[in-house]
Design a protein around this ligand. Sequence first.
Ligand code: ITT
Length: 193
Amino acid sequence: MIKIILATSNPHKLEEINAINTNPEIVFDVVDGDFDPEENGVNFKENALIKAKEAAKIMKTYCLADDSGLCVDVLEGRPGIHSARYAQTQKEKIEKLLAEMKDVPYDWRGAHFVCSMVLVDSDGNLVHAQEGRVYGFIDDSPKGTNGFCYDPIFFIPAKDKTMAELPEEEKNAISHRSNALRPMLKWIEENLI
Ligand code: ITT
């Protein structure tokens, strides 16, 4: 069995990661105390490494971090690594993005979620990295109540639904997070258990 610390303060990520992981030999736990390192990297992977290394410093064991965000084509990839700080609340983030996209026609509303996931050892050395993505479009109004943050405006044509209209298992089958986590779990099974 291996215990891995999740270097996050976002309870939704923890929930999703625990739901995606079906291997009882891999157990996730959280960092003791408050955890809010400054994410001043220039890309998703750098920010994921900052979080994972900081958690390893505190917890002295294997730590996994997820840095993720929404990249909108017509906004040249914004909000991207700034997705969490784009506006204060979930509601304000959605309103701000819909305002920026106000006159953009459907065909130009392409976007994708990215998840950069890194695993470091107890000394903070990178041992494995994976990236996952999911492609869709920015809807013109929020729909659905599942998931979190930008999910109500992320429309997935193959499902004819927004991410927030999908039941938890369906989001977890296609999400950027699961597309990074599934190969990460496989690597952990093959190399660390
Ligand atoms: P930690 O850094 O503590 O892990 P965080 O929420 O600040 O938590 P990030 O820095 O990785 O995480 O920022 C990710 C932001 O991207 C997140 O706050 C959302 O705004 C957005 N995001 C990421 N994954 C998402 C998802 O599955 N659904 C909707 N929005 C998501």
